[in-house]
Design a protein around this ligand. Structure first.
Ligand code: BES
Ligand code: MN
Ligand code: ZN
Length: 507
């Protein structure tokens, strides 16, 4: 987190030092501050634009270094096309793209958020939400996980974000306020990224628990169940996964009562798979790429980041986040293929493959939340199957739902935030494929449709009258495409999506 810029908001004026970023509309509308610089510098902007054939088209940039007549080291022109037509998500991505251009050890950069229409000569200013989205995008783009890089080479150093990022906008007070709210969500995303990036020798179940407990500072009530408590509750599906590890399995319950302690309103409930490392267990994974399985707690990271976001922005909602923290390791005490476990629900599961462990953790966590709370809805998230990556690649998370309304809300939240979900089918045909010869079900189906049969297993643990969605985020939590707002391995996928779901439908 050390590398992130400090943000401030003020009225637009010609900056007296550092780097100025100017938004330029199509046809070279410069905005009042840009126009002042243009005049003072002997038309340096339009001359440079002409020489570089820069027209202000969206997503194009032009750098002008040390222009005459102004005390600026550098002016970055950022083409925005038609500013008035930009959606919040486009402001978010623009902030990310601009921050990425400002990585050469800059002390202060001032972004002037205004633009003039070249034809009408009208000055246009984005609203407070657009400015906040811009700043949040710049922050997410600046995130680096470099905690363990002790030998920074000189040519690595320039990759730093600006130390200070000044957002200059007419309505700066409102913009600052809007950013404070959005920043809670950005910090939640960054928390989720940190958790996923941390290696499993550092982030074991105990360390993850401590980091979740730190949410108490924001007013989140955090309770932890250890193996003893879970044994009492007969959570044998979850416990079986962790029994080959020297780290204790945990269930962490995070509560945010945004409607007040006495509110009787049913909570929205989020459940996350938190396998801190997935070796596959006795059904050991192949060696190549196994290091990625330190990220097999991406669902739990998202739920923790979301609880941070909701509490930090004081969301007017009752929300509960539950994460199942286990490590899937092979040893003399590890679970075997062929073992049969009795889950908390009473249903029995034949373990055919110990590498299909996430669904076992979620099965008991899902039973727990229904027993304990009266959920208005449940969304679970898990890096559950390689099969969902085969189906959707890295651009969409797979979504399964027993409720069309919830599915539509999640789809809309995905489009609004860029954390997209694609609905996958559930059905009797698939459900049958996990029937077992020896128990109520087996933990894997046939080879094909592996993400669907995993979802069918979860469905057996959810009551039909609770709206429920399962997000398979194996393709989106890490190793996902680099974008203007995601330049690292862990994406923090789901925090913005679920925050939007809550803000749009449950507050
Ligand atoms: N954690 C993995 C799924 C995974 C794979 C996540 C790649 C992210 C990237 C999960 O526990 C697993 O091992 N699933 C198996 C299931 C199989 C044994 C039925 C898989 O997908 O191969
Ligand atoms: Mn596995
Ligand atoms: Zn796993």
């Amino acid at each position: 987190m050390s590398n992130l810029p400090k943000f401030s908001f003020q009225k637009p004026s010609v900056p007296s030092k550092g780097v100025a970023v100017l938004l330029v509309g199509e046809g070279l509308g410069f905005g009042p501050v840009g126009q002042a610089i243009e005049v003072a510098s002997g038309e340096a902007l339009s001359k440079a634009a002409k020489a570089a054939k820069f027209t202000g088209k969206a997503k194009t940039f032009l750098d002008i270094y040390a222009p005459d007549g102004v005390a600026l080291d550098r002016i970055l022109l950022a083409g925005v096309g038609d500013l008035a037509a930009m959606k919040p998500q486009e402001w978010h991505m623009l902030g990310g793209a601009v921050a990425a251009k400002l990585t050469d050890s800059i002390a202060t950069a001032t972004v002037v958020l205004e633009q003039t229409d070249a034809e009408s000569a009208d000055a246009a200013t984005p609203d407070a939400d657009a400015a906040a989205q811009f700043a949040a995008g710049a922050k997410l783009s600046s995130y680096r996980f470099d905690r363990y890089k002790t030998k920074k080479k000189d040519d690595d150093k320039p990759k730093k974000a600006p130390q200070k990022l000044v957002i200059a906008i007419e309505g700066h007070t409102a913009a600052k306020k809007a950013f404070a709210t959005l920043d809670a969500v950005t910090d939640g995303t960054i928390l989720a990224r940190d958790l996923v990036n941390e290696p499993a020798n550092i982030l074991d179940t105990a360390d993850f628990t401590r980091r979740a407990e730190a949410l108490a500072e924001l007013g989140v009530d955090v309770k932890v169940l250890g193996e003893k408590e879970m044994k009492k509750l007969k959570m044998n599906a979850l416990l079986g996964v962790g029994q080959g590890s020297s780290s204790e399995s945990r269930l962490v319950v995070m509560r945010w009562n945004g409607l007040g302690k006495t509110s009787k309103k049913k909570p929205v409930v989020f459940v996350g798979k938190g396998v801190v490392f997935d070796s596959g267990g006795i059904s050991l994974k192949p060696g190549a790429g196994m290091e990625d399985m330190k990220g097999d707690m991406g669902g739990a990271a998202c739920v923790t980041g979301l609880m941070h976001a909701l509490a930090a922005r004081k969301a007017r909602v009752n929300a509960i986040g539950v994460i199942g923290l286990v490590e899937n390791m092979p040893d003399g005490n590890a679970q075997r293929p062929g073992d049969i476990v009795t889950s908390m629900s009473g249903q029995t599961i034949e373990i055919v493959n110990t590498d299909a462990e996430g669904r076992l953790v979620l099965a008991d966590a899902l039973t727990y939340v229904q027993d304990k709370f009266k959920p208005a809805l449940i969304v679970d998230l898990a890096t559950l199957t390689g099969a969902i990556i085969v189906a959707l690649g890295h651009h969409y998370a797979g979504m399964y739902a027993n409720d069309d309304g919830l599915a539509a809300e999640l789809t809309a939240a995905g489009e609004a935030t860029g954390e997209k979900v694609w609905r996958m089918p559930l059905g009797k045909e698939y459900d049958k494929q996990i029937d077992s010869r020896f128990a109520d079900m087996k933990n894997v189906g046939p080879r094909w449709g592996g993400s669907i049969t995993a979802a069918q297993l979860l469905k057996r643990f959810v009551s039909d009258d609770i709206p429920w969605a399962h997000l398979d985020i194996a393709g989106t939590a890490f190793s996902s495409p680099q974008t203007d707002v995601n330049r690292g391995w862990a994406s923090g996928f789901g925090v913005q999506l679920l925050n939007q779901l809550v803000a749009d439908n449950y507050e």
